[in-house]
Design a protein around this ligand. Structure first.
Ligand code: SAM
Length: 250
């Protein structure tokens, strides 16, 4: 592990205050705190608000939301048991603000107009492409509330242009959900009936993803794939994480 790589105080002042060893111990993919901090200005969170974190995994982002904004969080995850995440929330002193929930967001009952914001970091690829998903999720958002999610994204749509074999061999059919930003903008606007939809891949997205892999010191096919995509160059990274936000109409 190279925890020192996670300190980027100028790019991510908030995330850089968190113990990198703690963050790496919760690793389930590229740094979720960087993703959330990139979304942060669009979320406009205020203390006392109620937030749903979808696919919260080990719980790093729910801790961040509770600590940085003073919001209460329902942290929903399918693969991580609620008791395991609860331990993290206790250790980090936010158990009074974060409620761990175990379940499948596609089928679980959510409170009607219950949340000021819904966020999801590196989980949308597992359910977000279904045109029937967003209408039921947006029902849980208060009018005027904000949705913000982050998910892997290819510059060239995988249905139109074959991804590099090194990535296809690594990710398999799941790659078909790694759509470009324009696809996600249209899909989110139309299926969620959301306004002010923005979808962007930060210019340094691929470099940041690789930096995370280097911090984890993973010698994985994914690292090779990211390196191959970096060699393609271009203004928008050929592979990265798309950040999408939208507001529910009042
Ligand atoms: C790649 S991990 C990312 C976890 C965490 N957000 C992070 O970045 O560390 C994807 C997460 O999505 C969750 N997930 C996948 N499908 C889900 C579903 N249908 N409902 C709720 N969570 C789901 C998994 O349980 C997993 O923890």
């Amino acid at each position: 592990m190279k925890p020192e790589l996670l300190s980027l105080p100028e790019r991510f002042p908030k995330s850089s205050t968190y113990d990198p060893n703690w963050l790496l111990s919760l690793d389930m993919g590229p740094n979720p705190l960087w993703q959330l901090e990139e979304l942060w200005p669009s979320l406009d969170l205020r203390s006392g608000q109620h937030v749903l974190d979808v696919g919260s995994g080990g719980g790093a982002t729910a801790v961040f939301l509770a600590r940085e904004a003073g919001v209460s969080v329902d942290a929903v995850d399918l693969w991580v048991a609620a008791e395991v995440a609860a331990e993290t929330y206790r250790e980090m002193g936010v158990e009074h603000l974060v409620r761990p929930l175990h379940g499948d967001v596609r089928t679980m009952e959510l409170p009607e107009a219950g949340y000021d914001a819904i966020v999801s970091l590196d989980a949308w690829e597992y359910f977000g492409t279904d045109v029937h998903f967003l209408p039921q999720l947006v029902a849980a958002l208060k009018p005027g509330g904000v949705l913000g999610f982050v998910t892997p994204s290819l510059r060239d749509d995988p249905y139109l242009i074959d991804p590099l074999p090194v990535l296809a061999d690594t990710v398999g059919f799941e790659l078909l959900s790694w759509h470009p930003a324009s696809w996600w903008a249209k899909h989110t606007h139309l299926t969620g009936n959301l306004a002010e939809v923005q979808a962007w891949v930060p210019k340094d997205s691929l470099d940041l993803w690789l930096r995370w892999e280097e911090a984890v010191e993973s010698v994985t096919p994914m690292r090779n794939a990211l390196t191959a995509y970096r060699q393609l160059g271009g203004d928008t990274p050929a592979l990265g994480l798309v950040h999408v936000t939208g507001r529910k109409l009042i």
